[in-house]
Design a protein around this ligand. Structure first.
Ligand SMILES: Nc1nc2c(ncn2[C@@H]2O[C@H](COP(=O)(O)OP(=O)(O)OP(=O)(O)O)[C@@H](O)[C@H]2O)c(=O)[nH]1
Ligand SMILES: [Mg+2]
Length: 485
């Protein structure tokens, strides 16, 4: 028997054992995808999964570039109590005619993607193809803001929340809530209707600061704007009260009622999330809409920095107190990604990364200290624009071309969603510091136009071509590349 056939046979025997063995012990990596509302979580997960299943070109994802990813497919997820990420529905939206962005999602969801791959190591490869389960968990970044609450009692939280609402950036939005708060005596008897009114006014204030023209990031409690399935429950119907100089409150008072609900929120809402989901993550990507904040001007940027510092604080592992050892995740790699980079010409992508690094610099240094590896990058999970050159006043200028969403306006022009249009996005400044102080183009304030997703490309083999993207492969490599070695 020629030697090659012989070794082939041995290889096959090993391969069978290998397949069998990996069925029993296929390793799992739990990948958290988070970010504040509208930061791009749903689009990112859909594009990532579709690119892997459809075999997209991912030159900076080593395993794919080396042809070692043999197959990618979805499998039923192991956690029966968590809603499944509606991959098929989101994909259908993105590939419809005309394509549209998926709907906003308000709660946690999960999806299991399995990769079959060949190891990069020769001897491991002889044992046959390997399997890796990737459990992708999509959850609102707002929920991470609750971690500090676990350490605050109701009185301390009330003081902080009232102080924050009086800062210049928030004062105006908080006015109606603060006005009613001023009329309330917390020693008065508990009153359900009053609790509801105060809670609604407080939530309205938080909501307003998220919208234009404030574009501020949000404050805890995280479920006030992202209630998941808990909207309307007593654990979500409370608000801060002004204790003034009181330190003790009679039983049955408004204060004790609010305090009890605040504690219920911590015990029954916040803690289970950290224990059952957050603490089990291995890898994490945090998506950040840096461009929206730059668009909102200096106060929006400063506030995003605050929110990101608080969110990233949750990832500090190893700090030695009981609280952190209970809830600290075992995350050892974190990717921070500025999304929607397709709103910029490629010359500015590195600049966007530099701005993100600056914005999250302090928080990153602390997390590094705690042992997690961190990387900042700019990406577009679904690239809605292409680059072009346009002539203006006889000068050739780099521009981006796409289909503005119906209702978007530029000057006097309103778009219907079916016209391609070229815009000059303007360059980000080379000095990230300057961008954080407030970014202006030569034409004055930068204002982004939102584009619809690109036209889907149907493949002869059926199915759709993977979405064009910017640096999605680098994000995948940074998140799981080492697990496919
Ligand atoms: N141009 C462009 N727009 C994007 C991209 N990703 C997201 N967007 C835009 O951002 C919006 C929000 O994206 P989603 O993926 O739904 O964001 P999310 O974080 O899941 O939002 P919620 O579910 O509301 O928390 C989309 O509707 C798009 O308008 C991208 O890669 N390119
Ligand atoms: Mg979503």
């Amino acid at each position: 028997m020629p030697i090659s056939t012989y070794t082939q046979g041995v290889g096959d025997a090993f391969r069978n054992i290998g397949d069998f063995a990996s069925d029993l012990v296929a390793p799992t990596v739990r990948l958290g995808v988070t970010g504040l509302a509208r930061s791009g979580k749903t689009v990112f997960i859909t594009a990532l999964v579709h690119n892997l299943i459809a075999g997209g070109r991912l030159p900076f994802f080593n395993a794919a570039a080396q042809g070692r990813v043999l197959r990618a497919y979805l499998e039923p997820q192991p956690d029966d109590a968590v809603p499944r990420f509606a991959y098929e529905k989101h994909l259908a939206d993105l590939t419809a005619g005309p394509p549209s962005w998926p709907e906003s999602t308000r709660r946690i969801s999960q999806l299991r993607l399995t990769l079959e791959y060949a190891s990069a190591r020769f001897w491991k490869r002889q044992l046959g193809r390997e399997r890796l389960h990737i459990d992708i968990v999509d959850y609102p970044g707002e929920w991470l803001l609750d971690l500090p609450l676990l350490r605050l009692d109701y009185a301390a939280w009330s003081r902080t929340a009232i102080k924050q609402s009086r800062t210049p950036a928030r004062k105006k939005a908080a006015k109606p809530w603060l006005a009613s708060l001023g009329l309330v005596d917390p020693t008065d008897p508990a009153d359900e209707a009053l609790a509801e009114t105060l809670s609604d006014l407080f939530k309205a204030y938080l909501r307003e600061t998220r919208a234009d023209p404030y574009a501020l990031s949000t404050l805890p409690p995280g479920r006030f704007l992202m209630p998941g399935d808990l909207a309307g429950s007593p654990a979500l119907t409370f608000a801060p009260l002004d204790a003034k100089d009181e330190t003790s409150f009679p039983r049955g008072s408004l204060w004790t009622m609010m305090e009890r609900r605040y504690e219920a929120y911590k015990t029954h809402v916040a803690q289970p999330f950290f224990r059952d989901h957050f603490a089990r993550l291995d890898r994490q990507i945090v998506l950040i809409d840096v461009l929206a904040a730059l668009n909102g001007g200096q106060p929006a940027v400063a506030d995003l920095e605050r929110a990101m510092t608080e969110i990233l604080e949750s990832f500090r592992t190893g700090a030695n107190n009981l609280w952190s050892s209970l809830f600290a995740p075992r995350i050892d790699r974190i990717v921070l990604a500025a999304t929607k980079a397709d709103h910029l010409h490629h010359q500015s992508h590195d600049r966007l990364e530099a701005i993100l690094a600056k914005l999250t610099g302090r928080a990153m240094a602390r997390a590094k200290y705690a042992g997690a590896e961190m990387k900042a990058l700019a990406l577009a999970a679904v690239r809605a624009t292409r680059e072009g050159e346009a002539r203006r006043n006889g000068e050739k200028l780099p521009c981006i071309v796409g289909y503005p969403l119906p209702g978007e306006t530029i000057g006097k022009r309103t778009f219907n969603g079916n016209e391609e249009f070229a815009i000059f996005p303007g360059d980000l400044p080379p000095d990230p510091e300057a961008a954080l102080r407030g970014w202006q183009t030569e034409e004055g304030d930068m204002r982004f136009v939102r584009f619809r997703p690109p036209n889907p490309v149907l493949l002869p083999s059926g199915g759709f071509a993977p979405f064009p993207n910017i640096r999605l492969d680098r994000a995948i490599e940074a998140l799981i590349g080492d697990r496919l070695a």
